[in-house]
Design a protein around this ligand. Structure first.
Ligand code: XMP
Length: 305
């Protein structure tokens, strides 16, 4: 474990040395790693750091507000309202990998524009030790901010938490008063809700998935899954009032896992499942059916796309 007070002092000094009088930019994702990196860099160089949070419209419920609140003390914070542009970029795309690609491209476009207007010479990143090991071993490419160093011609990359493990980052976050960010939230995929709606991404499907994911997260909290969420998987017939409707089918998934590589579908109590079903169908009149996914990984993946 690190001595957090000493770590913060050293990191701030190192960032100041590295960046000097120049400007820097960081992409905030809402996660603890980039939040800690941003807080350290801001402490080091103040408003010469431009933290950029891109609201893709594919985030969890309340995520953007949380960022706005947590980092309200940073005058240079930029919240980019890019929801419409992401929807536009995704329009007509149904293939999962093409969706990921479109999101990555759009993200880079948004970030590049902000970095250029901030006249940033340095890119700060929240890379932690396991990320480096994974990308060296090529296990997983970085989906969220992948490719950023290549698109803008930065003078240097600053990675203040590169030697830390996740639990150490959380300790530093605590010391930096980032309490709101470090709640032990479940992993959330970089492409966000786009891979929790099967097929084309539309505003309606994303809104249903966002609300349903929120309901599932609330209802399964006591069962402590590795990940639990809901996805919009298709359409089917239902009866609402006296009418037959052609509504959305929402699939609920809750899995236990150690590292996401394999997973077991969780045996949730019937009452919990029924409460989830009743809230999801009750809160959206266009949802006709809720199903529970009992498939392990393998053969299924955790996400739907
Ligand atoms: P799968 O669906 O492959 O997911 O079983 C394993 C873990 O990875 C997350 N995941 C992603 N994370 N970008 C990410 O940052 C992605 O494109 C992506 N796809 C899946 C998933 O949420 C799970 O934790």
């Amino acid at each position: 474990m690190v001595n957090t007070t000493e770590f913060i002092e050293d990191a701030v000094e190192e960032i100041q040395e590295q960046i000097g009088d120049a400007n820097a930019v960081i992409a905030l994702s809402g996660g603890v790693d980039s939040s800690v990196a941003a807080a350290l860099a801001y402490r080091a160089i103040g408003d010469r750091l431009t933290p950029v949070y891109v609201d893709t419209g594919l985030m969890r419920k309340g995520e953007t507000d949380q960022i706005r609140e947590t980092f309200s003390y940073m005058e240079s914070l930029r919240i980019v309202e890019a929801q419409d542009r992401f929807l536009e970029a995704l329009s007509g795309i149904t293939d999962p990998e093409e969706k990921r690609h479109a999101i990555g491209e759009q993200f880079i476009r948004e970030f590049e524009r902000e970095a250029t207007s901030a006249e940033a010479d340095y890119l700060v990143q929240g890379t932690i030790y396991p990320d480096r090991i994974e990308s060296e071993g090529n296990i997983k490419s970085h989906h969220n901010v992948g490719g950023l160093p290549e698109v803008v011609d930065f003078e240097g990359i600053v990675e203040p938490v590169r030697e830390l493990y996740k639990d150490e980052v959380r300790e530093v976050a605590r010391e930096l008063d980032l309490e709101e960010i470090i709640s032990e939230r479940m992993p959330f995929p970089g492409p966000g809700l786009a891979i929790r709606v099967v097929g084309e991404v539309t505003r309606e499907k994303v809104e249903i998935a966002r609300e349903a994911c929120h309901i599932v997260e609330e209802e399964v909290e006591d069962h402590d899954p590795w990940q639990a969420f809901a996805a919009v998987v298709g359409k089917g017939t239902g009866v609402k009032g006296d009418n037959r409707v052609h509504g959305w089918i929402v699939s609920v998934r809750s899995v236990e896992s150690r590292d996401g590589m394999t997973a077991r579908a969780q045996e949730l109590p019937w009452e919990t499942l029924q409460r989830i079903q009743s809230r999801i169908t009750g809160e959206n009149e266009n949802v006709a059916r809720v199903v529970y996914d009992v498939t392990h990984k393998p053969p299924a993946t955790i996400e739907y796309e």
